[in-house]
Write a new protein. Structure first.
Length: 291
């Protein structure tokens, strides 16, 4: 059951980056990564953010996490402004908003055991005794479907799916209100993807945590999300309830993403290829007419 008031509000956010190169003495050209992006997430809700590579999804994730200053716009948590113009945000914000990334092994310190990895954020928060930290570590490892016997192992001793479970447990350590999941299953096998998605849903049901779930696969996003926002070239071009966006897409880019979903049936797959081609032509024509 999701709350009725917004946990997170992103309002009219712009982000630009200076491009490399250019002539000496001339102003550098700039790339508009985000343009007028607005998004909201309620307590206990999953908002899926979908789009192709380069659409601005990860830039928006960094803005939400306080890792990327924005040129214009506001980010609010529980109605309180987060100073996204600064390069750093308060530690209290870091405890309330956490992240899980695509490559779990790359985000886990290979020299630390699972117990040390899970205890580290608790130690930095400095709110629990040593005994309480250990109890929380055990609770976390069991919450993500691993066993106490895994606590003394190192990240390299686990499969990719297990490593992602560890990364999820670490993100949950300080009981955040929002977790930004940036392509958390795209590097996993399909069967493992389903297990991780089911785990995330179970965790949300038991803890009430909210998710911003970022992916390029609309089928995966639909499975986990209450609402879906579709990004294209730094803008949100469509947003609404997950079933509504997928069953009755309004924007041609959303229809193109839906047509790109793989199908195991060869005949259906061939039909989708033809549909993709016609949609891609129509989408390209619409872009040309609007420019």
């Amino acid at each position: 059951m999701t709350g009725t008031k917004d946990l997170l509000e992103v309002s009219d956010v712009d982000v630009t980056f200076a491009l490399r190169g250019g002539l000496p003495g001339r102003p550098k050209a700039r790339h508009q990564a985000l343009s007028g992006v607005s998004l909201s997430i309620r307590p206990g809700q999953t908002v899926g953010l979908v789009g192709e590579s380069g659409s601005g999804k990860s830039t928006l994730a960094r803005v939400v996490l306080g890792l990327q200053p924005c040129d214009r716009g506001r980010v609010r948590l529980h109605g309180q402004d987060v100073d996204v113009a600064r390069p750093t945000v308060p530690r209290s914000f870091r405890r309330r908003v956490q992240a899980v990334f695509q490559d779990p092994y790359g985000s886990l310190n290979p020299t630390m055991t699972v117990a040390q990895l899970l205890a580290e954020p608790l130690r930095l928060a400095d709110t629990l005794s040593t005994r309480e930290r250990w109890d929380r570590v055990v609770e976390l490892v069991e919450l993500v479907g691993l066993a106490r016997g895994h606590l003394e192992r190192y990240p390299y001793q686990f499969s990719g799916g297990q490593q992602q479970r560890i990364a999820i447990a670490r993100a949950l350590a300080c009981a955040p209100e929002l977790i930004v999941l940036d392509e958390p299953v795209s590097a996993l096998d399909v069967s493992i993807q389903s297990q991780v998605i089911d785990l995330l849903e179970q965790i949300q049901a038991s803890t009430g945590v909210s998710y911003l779930f970022i992916a390029h696969d609309l089928a995966v996003v639909r499975h986990i999300s209450h609402r879906i926002a579709v990004m294209y070239r730094g803008r949100i071009v469509e947003e609404g309830p997950a079933d509504e966006v997928c069953d009755d897409p309004r924007h041609p880019y959303t229809r193109l993403l839906l047509a790109s979903i793989l199908d195991a049936d060869p005949a259906a797959s061939a039909g989708r290829r033809e549909l993709r081609r016609s949609l891609a032509r129509a989408f390209a024509d619409s872009l040309g007419s609007s420019s």
